[in-house]
Design a binder for this molecule. Structure first.
Ligand code: FUL
Length: 496
């Protein structure tokens, strides 16, 4: 039986439409039909919004100042007389301005160190500035620093030593109450606090109101941290808590200025607590499959000690050393917390100021021109062939755009065309960590004499990774993500 002519024509039209659609799909691969459409699923755990803000600060400063500045000690015993605290010309604005000019974004002040002397007129103790000759007992260093930070636009943070070698009740429940009352004072009276620094040191012997004995506490239970932290959170929910093991920020495991070359922001902290012996290595690297996002912070002093001692005036770290510390902290995805201790006048010493200025000069000089800015980037593959995830997103200078591959593709390469051959010193890479930390290993190659040559390699990237390239000359750079926990998501590449 033969079909009518108009029916045959309809069949031909339908066939042509199907062929045209197939050609269109093959050619344009529209993202809405691709299984890899849309952004990659988050890889948990993720940073919180306040942790993201902290990552972006990159460099904060520590200020260690107390009776130790006048006694020459690093750990006051707790029997120091209030009368020795008498800076002749304390000027917190000089501290904060110097730090701001050097690129620091936040300041953490030792409101009370292990010796128990309080830099603010706490109503819970007589051992404080209120009974010192400084400003006839009317001064308040915490207020001075908090106000200077507000004025200069830096964030203000607080260190309050849990260990107190002055307090008669240290080791008993009454001291924990005292400690919480002091936290309440600090978090109520000085405006917003971005970070609270809990020191893990719980040494043993001390003055303890005249007992002169050794007191040991159980670091895991004595302070009842969950309750203590909730006291603070009830006043300022946005504060970040630092201690050896978090809960928000972790110690990097050393005071030398070196984050782990492998540095996971993730760690499982269920069995960790501040001061727990033997956890340094784990804190330094974090763990690939850690269940919580607790990034590492690197505290290191510009001098040998944490407090000012005149005999260390010649031992201030040089701008070059500070720059290297920058590379092994910020350049390894951590945040730097650099200590600068005021002297007996209550000023940053000239040598420290000079070192900080030299450090800033080096930072500006070494990272002056990003030759990859807006450079053309080609990639081995990108997510669903969707331009939203194209390799060129890594050079567009935008924080929220990134190159990503298809799900289950855990490696990939991008090639950056620099247009002209030029000497290169550093490469900087950033993962889009809002979707989790992913990269486990990568290499960097440059094209020279028509051959790709490996010039750098690393493991983790995280918030930021900077590698030295040792002045290679090239016009093309290739970044190979060798392995990742899930499809890599790279937001930024800069080359200097
Ligand atoms: C250590 C303390 O014992 C030092 O004195 C200093 O405060 C440093 C930042 O932390 O644990």
């Amino acid at each position: 039986m033969s079909l009518p002519k108009n029916c045959l024509m309809k069949k031909e039209i339908v066939a042509s439409v199907i062929i045209a659609l197939a050609i269109f799909l093959f050619a344009f691969n529209p993202p809405y039909l691709n299984k890899n459409a849309g952004p990659p699923a988050p890889l948990y755990p993720l940073p919180t919004e306040k942790q993201m803000g902290w990552h972006e600060m990159e460099m904060n400063a520590f200020i260690h100042f107390t009776t130790n500045t006048f006694t020459g000690l690093e750990w006051g015993f707790g029997n120091e007389s209030n009368s020795i605290f008498n800076p002749s010309s304390l000027n917190a604005t000089q501290w904060v301005r110097t730090l701001k000019d050097a690129g620091f974004k936040g300041v953490i002040l030792t409101s009370k160190h292990h010796d128990g002397f309080c830099l603010w007129p706490s109503k819970y103790t007589q051992h404080s500035v209120k009974n010192s000759p400084w400003k006839n007992g009317k001064g308040d260093v915490v207020k001075d620093v908090a106000d200077a930070c507000k004025k200069e636009g830096l964030k203000f943070g607080v260190y309050l030593s849990p260990w107190d070698r002055n307090h008669p009740e240290y080791g008993k429940p009454a001291y924990v109450e005292y400690y919480r009352n002091q936290l309440k004072e600090l978090f109520t009276n000085y405006g917003s606090v971005f970070e609270m620094w809990f020191d893990g040191a719980n040494g043993g012997n001390g003055f303890y109101g005249g007992a002169n004995e050794t007191r040991k506490i159980n670091g895991a239970t004595y302070y009842d941290w969950p309750t203590t932290l909730n006291v603070v959170r009830a006043i300022q929910p946005n504060v970040l808590f630092f201690s050896d093991a978090g809960p928000d920020l972790r110690w990097c495991g050393n005071e030398r200025g070196t984050a782990g070359e492998t540095n996971w922001n993730t760690i499982t902290n269920d069995t960790l607590y501040a001061g727990k012996p033997g956890i340094e290595k784990l804190l330094n690297t974090g763990s690939e499959n850690g269940t919580k996002w607790i990034p590492s912070e690197v505290d290191v002093s510009i001098r040998k000690g944490w407090f000012y001692h005149p005999q260390e005036d010649t031992l201030v770290k040089s701008p070059e050393t500070l720059f290297n510390i920058y590379l092994t902290t910020v350049g390894r995805g951590s945040t730097l917390l650099l200590n600068v201790p005021p002297d007996q006048r209550g000023l940053f010493h000239e040598n420290d100021v000079k070192a900080l200025q030299g450090f800033k000069k080096l930072l500006d000089q070494e990272f002056k021109t990003n030759v990859a800015k807006n450079a053309v980037v080609k990639g081995s593959a990108f997510r669903g062939n969707d331009p939203n995830y194209s390799p060129s997103n890594v050079t567009d200078g935008k924080k929220a755009t990134y190159w990503a591959t298809d799900d289950n593709v855990t490696s990939g390469s991008i090639e950056i065309n620099l247009n002209k051959t030029q000497p290169l010193k550093y490469i900087m890479l950033q993962e889009y960590i809002r979707l989790g930390q992913r990269v486990k290993s990568f290499t960097v190659e440059v094209l020279s004499d028509n051959r790709w040559r490996e010039v750098a390699a690393g493991t983790t990237i995280g918030y930021k990774r900077i590698l030295k390239l040792n002045e290679v000359s090239t016009n093309k750079v290739r970044i190979n993500i060798k392995n990742a926990k899930a499809c890599p998501v790279i937001s930024n590449v800069e080359i200097f």
